[in-house]
Design a protein around this ligand. Structure first.
Ligand SMILES: [Zn+2]
Length: 328
């Protein structure tokens, strides 16, 4: 009679099992199974190459807030329709955080630093644990490069005791971003919801005094990594082109929040935008560029593993996740 349905299924499972059962993975999942509830996810990291550079995206968890009030210049019903069309919740906006690392030779760069130490039970603050799972030691990070200074991007500069989470790193910051948030007289000229950033920036950067270097727009900040101005979300919001040999990608930071909603509606302005009109103009310009040039991108608030491509769709754009099987 040949192979029964059941044994064919078993054979299939065995094949899948042998594919993923690399010894290191087996050890970490066994240890995790004992330590975490059944519903917990596996460690979140993902790798791909750009030329000879190794890119790793590391998940830091997520944050949820009401969908109402998230978009400033569209009625809630339209935003709910966009969320529903993307199979996202329509009562809340779930915002993931994923950090991009680039390793080339002895140089290990991290773009932004995640939420840092968060209270027990928080749905974010997973970055350090997931870095460990990925084999990335914070002491090996040579450069921390910032896109902008919102708390979810800079809070991870500090470790649990308030010291340097990246003890050996140079900290490279966009010059216009540094200038804005370190000048106290700008506080009253900032939108009300952004004023807390002044005190937070002072606190988070304090242990790095002497290790912070501002860079100009257009500068090659580290070999192969070039700063590209992308203002609006904050005054000095910056994105980065990463090139190695014939390979290139861009880290587009917060040019869009969740791409499922914001690429379809690039003119929408979100509650976290410092200057919504400028942010929307930047969004269209950057999405148009990466769509035209077919450049792979990572984004800070994209669905994990937070990398893929952009294509035009109607009056806006659409995010196309990169193929898993093309990894490394
Ligand atoms: Zn952000």
């Amino acid at each position: 009679m040949g192979i029964s349905g059941i044994s064919r299924r078993n054979a299939g499972l065995a094949a899948v099992g042998s594919l993923i059962a690399a010894p290191a993975l087996l050890r970490s999942t066994a240890a995790q199974a004992q330590a975490t509830p059944a519903a917990a996810q596996a460690p979140g990291f993902y790798r791909f190459k750009v030329g000879e550079a190794l890119v790793t995206t590391v998940h830091d968890g997520f944050f949820a807030r009401p969908l109402e009030g998230f978009v400033r210049n569209a009625p809630l019903a339209e935003v709910q329709e966009a969320a529903g069309a993307a199979f996202l919740p329509i009562d809340r906006q779930v915002i993931p955080f994923t950090i991009t690392f680039v390793q080339r030779g002895d140089t290990l760069v991290v773009f932004d630093t995640g939420n840092g130490v968060t209270p027990a039970g928080a749905t974010n603050g997973r970055m350090i644990a997931n870095m460990a799972a990925a084999g990335i030691d914070p002491a090996r990070v040579t450069h921390v490069i910032f896109s902008h200074f919102h708390g979810d991007h800079v809070n991870g500069l500090l470790n649990a005791s308030g010291g340097r989470a990246f003890p050996n790193a140079q900290v490279l910051v966009p010059a216009p971003e540094w200038a804005w948030w370190t000048e106290a007289s700008n506080e009253t000229r900032s939108p009300e919801g952004q004023r807390g950033n002044f005190a937070n920036v002072a606190r988070r950067f304090a242990p790095y005094r002497g290790s912070v270097t501002p860079f100009a727009m257009g500068a090659e900040v580290v070999t192969g990594i070039t700063a590209v101005a992308a203002p609006g979300h904050t005054p000095g919001h910056t994105i980065f082109r990463i090139a190695d040999g014939a390979g290139q990608m861009m880290f587009v930071a917060d040019v869009t929040n969740r791409p499922e909603i914001m690429m379809a509606h690039p003119d929408w302005q979100i509650v976290f935008d410092f200057d919504g009109d400028t942010a929307a103009a930047t969004r269209r310009r950057v999405l148009d560029m990466v769509a035209t040039d077919r450049i792979r991108i990572t984004g800070y608030h994209f669905p994990f593993p937070a990398n893929g491509y952009v294509t035009r769709a109607g009056n806006g754009f659409r995010f196309v996740p990169a193929d898993w099987s093309s990894a490394v």
